[in-house]
Design a protein around this ligand. Structure first.
Ligand code: ADP
Ligand code: NA
Length: 330
């Protein structure tokens, strides 16, 4: 029996992925790739929907791919490729644009958030149709499963609506996918501002733990994490967001439950928890960082690998696109 198809991706919009990406996406992907036919994409077409530096994009794309592999995505078992290497993404997105309602696209909350952050002048039509491109990404591969954070739930819903609409208007063409929403405990918060999600677009860099940070930098950031004044180690997201975030990170990386970690640190100080956590994070990230840097030392080899994977992705994507083109009458 063939394995169910899976699609997911991350934008190459920074030099290093962060702890939120690692726990919320890469750790899950690594598990899911075993029993899925997985397509993991570096979504560079999405990255140009907001202001970006063209001199840096190719390097960020390579770095993101290297981090996927270093974190355990197997580029021979899974298809790990760069979105712009497979033209079918942009081509199917165009077709899907023509069946997406203007008002429907306007209801996407991520667009509202991002456009208000960048302002009207810097808000492109590309940012507006970003969810339609994401629908194309997913539908090209007949993906049944789409692992995403909660903030992408609405985009996967739109993808389902577009797939069903296309199928009923033009004939059975697309598989209707399902979102696999990450667990609550996989959501990681900023260490300086533990009620906001850890994000590359955060204001404070000290709240952001990067996969490619030097261990000494990681240790410093964790030791400076915001906690509270009552000096009790207990998991309570509402009353103790800082401490709870540290416990959740510890549990996710050590494979223990939050209860076990809390029990282990009961009665100890925040300094002890932070020291222990720094060791766990550094122990997890060091081999990943070393492997990523090694891959980046040989960009020609990495490019060859990505080209071969793009070839594999294209075979699947081109067949779906051809079917969709035929359905609309091309
Ligand atoms: P960012 O928020 O830094 O822009 P992306 O939106 O590019 O990150 O997210 C890429 C992937 O990483 C998605 O699957 C998303 O759900 C996951 N992710 C991002 N930030 C976090 C976080 N703080 N906690 C858990 N998962 C996250
Ligand atoms: Na995001």
């Amino acid at each position: 029996m063939s394995k169910p198809r899976l699609f997911s991706g991350i934008q190459p919009s920074s030099d290093s992925l962060h702890l939120g990406n690692y726990i919320g996406a890469l750790l899950q992907w690594r598990e899911l790739q075993r029993d899925h036919d997985a397509f993991f994409c570096v979504v560079d077409l999405h990255a140009i929907t907001v202001p970006q530096d063209p001199k840096e994009l190719a390097a960020k794309t390579r770095r993101t791919a290297a981090q996927y592999i270093a974190a355990g995505i197997d580029p021979t078992a899974s298809t790990l490729y760069v979105q712009s290497h497979v033209p079918a993404h942009a081509e199917l997105a165009w077709v899907l644009n023509t069946i997406t309602g203007f008002g429907e696209a306007g209801r996407m909350t991520q667009f509202k958030d991002k456009s208000s952050r960048y302002g009207a002048e810097a808000t492109s039509v590309g940012l507006f149709t970003y969810p339609v491109l994401m629908a194309a990404d997913i539908l090209l591969y007949d993906a049944e499963v789409v692992p995403v954070g909660d903030d992408q739930r609405q985009h996967v819903e739109l993808t389902r609506d577009l797939a069903e609409r296309f199928n009923s208007r033009f004939g059975e063409t697309f598989v209707v996918p399902k979102a696999l929403i990450q667990k609550d405990t996989a959501r990681i918060y900023d260490l300086q501002n533990p009620t906001s999600k850890m994000s590359k677009s955060a204001d404070s860099v000290t709240g952001l733990i990067l996969l490619l940070d030097e261990p000494s930098v990681t240790r410093k950031k964790i030791m400076r994490a915001v906690t509270d004044t009552d000096a009790v180690i207990r998991f309570d997201r509402d009353a103790k967001p800082g401490v709870s975030n540290l416990l959740a990170i510890y549990a996710a990386l050590s494979g223990q439950t939050i209860e076990t970690v809390s029990a282990e640190y009961e009665g100890k100080g925040y300094g002890d928890l932070k020291k222990g956590l720094a060791e766990v994070v550094i122990g997890e990230f060091e081999p990943v960082r070393a492997r990523a840097l090694e891959l980046l030392d040989d960009p020609a080899e990495l490019d060859r690998l990505l080209a071969a994977n793009a070839g594999r992705a294209s075979e699947v994507a081109d067949a779906t696109l051809a079917k969709a083109y035929e359905r609309v009458g091309f």
